[in-house]
Design a protein around this ligand. Structure first.
Ligand SMILES: Nc1ncnc2c1ncn2[C@@H]1O[C@H](COP(=O)(O)OP(=O)(O)OP(=O)(O)O)[C@@H](O)[C@H]1O
Length: 242
């Protein structure tokens, strides 16, 4: 079954006095391939912890996370690494995933070199195809990452993750703090890419409009628990290309 199944997951962290603090409590949901979902909730409700569990940066204290039927609980670092082409995440601090000294092209190529077996020419072709698909100017490729604006940095961090062609992509506060034009540009990249490759997004956002415009289901968290599930009847595949 092509899906990510989170079943009865709880996560404890030590608090300031070293006692366990339950950051997530009995979380269960299914994220099916091809489907977009969102996590919403106030600060500290546990959204980023779910993201970190889903990509193996943290392990559940209780419960299981199955990726396409495989129990990730026993995966070693190398097994997680092999699945990097299946699931990727882009976090709010886009600069963290980019090398500021490298050009945009080199940043994108490094991701492909590390995570895929593509030959040099194939890497270059994939990057150009992605630039065109997402209506990103090829001129950006020569720009050093340190010279990018905030919106461009997020866009390039997103392209870096998309270049790997993951089945599942987690986007943690990707548009927060950006102006409306940059937010729209990011949304258009996500829509164009989803139409072509059916990549499944998990959006972590405070922006309800963004969540409802891109995802079929919205999970609302409070104090580490899912308190509400909202349905949206959007079908982003049916939208015309802009
Ligand atoms: N490594 C950690 N050690 C201790 N506590 C942690 C750790 N990571 C997260 N927490 C705590 O777990 C809770 C959930 O944090 P998390 O970052 O998942 O929330 P969030 O909903 O993503 O918040 P925000 O919207 O502010 O990013 C918070 O109380 C946080 O302080």
């Amino acid at each position: 079954m092509e899906q990510i199944a989170v079943t009865h997951v709880s996560k404890d962290f030590p608090d300031a006095s070293g006692k366990p603090f339950r950051a997530l409590r009995d979380i269960s949901f299914v994220w099916t391939k091809g489907e977009n979902i969102s996590l919403m909730g106030e600060s500290g409700s546990g959204k980023s912890t779910i993201a970190r569990l889903l990509i193996g940066l943290e392990r559940p204290t209780q419960g299981k996370i199955l990726i396409d039927g495989e129990d990730t609980g026993k995966w070693t670092y190398n097994q997680w690494r092999r699945h990097r082409t299946k699931i990727q995440a882009v976090f709010q601090d886009a600069t963290g995933s980019l090398n500021r000294q490298f050009s945009v092209a080199r940043n994108l190529e490094e991701a492909l070199r590390n995570l895929t077996k593509l030959a040099s020419q194939e890497r270059k072709a994939r990057i150009l195809e992605l630039m065109d698909l997402t209506a990103t100017s090829r001129k950006l490729l020569d720009t050093p990452a340190r010279n990018l604006s905030g919106g461009e940095q997020r866009r390039v961090a997103l392209l870096r993750a998309l270049a790997v062609r993951p089945d599942y992509l987690i986007l943690d506060e990707l548009t927060s703090g950006l102006d409306l034009i940059s937010q729209k540009a990011i949304r258009e990249v996500l829509e164009a890419y989803h139409r072509e490759y059916r990549c499944s997004y998990l959006l972590i956002t405070h922006d309800m409009k963004f969540a409802y415009s891109l995802s079929q289901r919205i999970y609302e968290l409070e104090h580490g628990q899912i308190i509400r599930i909202g349905q949206s009847n959007i079908d982003i595949n049916s939208k015309e290309r802009t």
